[in-house]
Design a protein around this ligand. Structure first.
Ligand code: NAI
Length: 277
């Protein structure tokens, strides 16, 4: 299936998974608008896409997804100048991590602000035009496999935000369907990207008083594993899921047992009931 004539808006689209999604959609003839916080990532992404012959199918804008006023402006321009968004990919995220008991409000606000708030702002800013133009379309939200298993404490804020994104996607799918809009949630395992650069993506006012400084310095030195998945492959999985309107896009199988253990732990303490809701 071709996405010709469709506009795809991809947040965090200038690196890693977002760039993989941007490429996959452009390869299937969508017009892609990359939105990203980082001008250095944007420069490299446009070069990479041009090198792959996709330069005519992409433009980029600088946007911080936590900035609601800027997001509203961007939405207006997308509608006025490009005819509106068809495929909304709420993908921007940060690898916030640190000892949860040492978290300060700066750490909560940074982690949840981008990873959950960015999705909320994407929906609030872009969905109205998608519904108004009546062409249907699709929403993809990037969560994580961290949303579906019990994670160590240093990833608690990350996992909490991602669990919210997973739930939100599941719970809004029927309402979107009623408007002709599909919905998928991407839950990746390890994928090659720049997610270890969390500290660089943290705004100055949320650095002050952070309890995560040491963890973010350690994370910045993490080496990306060679066996981690190629983000271009993740992009292809997402494009396929849009075509098939599949709710879940699960990239890796290695968390399957932990997913089952968690579900069984909840069920094992659930009282039997004859009452049907
Ligand atoms: P990445 O760091 O390579 O790409 C994320 C992009 O988002 C970057 O270009 C960054 O500049 C941008 N960004 C960060 N904060 C932003 C903001 N406030 N506004 C706009 N753009 C912003 O990382 P990756 O791995 O590609 O991450 C993409 C998504 O995938 C994230 O939501 C992440 O949580 C999720 N994910 C990644 C996994 C992995 O192994 N790489 C695993 C599971 C989920």
């Amino acid at each position: 299936t071709s996405f010709a004539g469709r506009n795809a808006f991809v947040t965090g689209g200038a690196s890693g998974i977002g760039l993989g999604i941007a490429k996959a959609l452009a390869k299937r003839d969508a017009f892609v608008i990359i939105a990203d916080l980082r001008p250095d990532h944007i420069g490299k992404a446009l070069k990479a896409m041009t090198a792959e012959g996709l330069g005519e199918s992409v433009i980029a804008m600088e946007l911080d997804v936590t900035d609601r006023a800027a997001y509203a402006d961007a939405a207006r321009r997308l509608d006025d100048e490009l005819g509106g968004v068809d495929i909304l990919v709420n993908n921007a995220g940060v690898g916030v991590e640190g000892p949860v008991l040492e978290a300060t409000y700066a750490d909560w606000d940074f982690g949840l602000g981008v990873n959950l708030g960015g999705v909320v702002n994407g929906l609030q800013s872009i969905l109205p035009q998608m519904i108004a133009h009546g062409r249907g379309g699709h929403v993809v939200n990037t969560a994580s496999l961290a949303a579906s298993v019990v994670m160590p404490g240093h990833l608690a804020i990350y996992a909490a935000g991602k669990a919210a994104v997973l739930n939100l996607s599941e719970n809004m799918r029927a309402d979107l369907a009623a408007k002709g809009i599909g919905c998928s949630v991407l839950c990746p395992g390890f994928v090659r990207s720049n997610i270890h650069e969390a500290a660089r993506n943290r705004p100055a006012h949320l650095r002050e008083g952070s309890g995560f400084v040491a963890s973010e310095q350690a994370l910045a030195k993490r080496v990306v594993g060679n066996d981690w998945m190629d983000p271009d492959l993740v992009g292809e999985m997402v494009a396929d899921a849009i075509v098939a309107n599949e709710l879940y896009v699960i990239t890796h199988g290695q968390f399957a047992n932990r997913m089952r253990e968690r579900a069984e732990a909840v069920l094992s303490t659930t009282p039997p009931s004859a009452i049907q809701f």
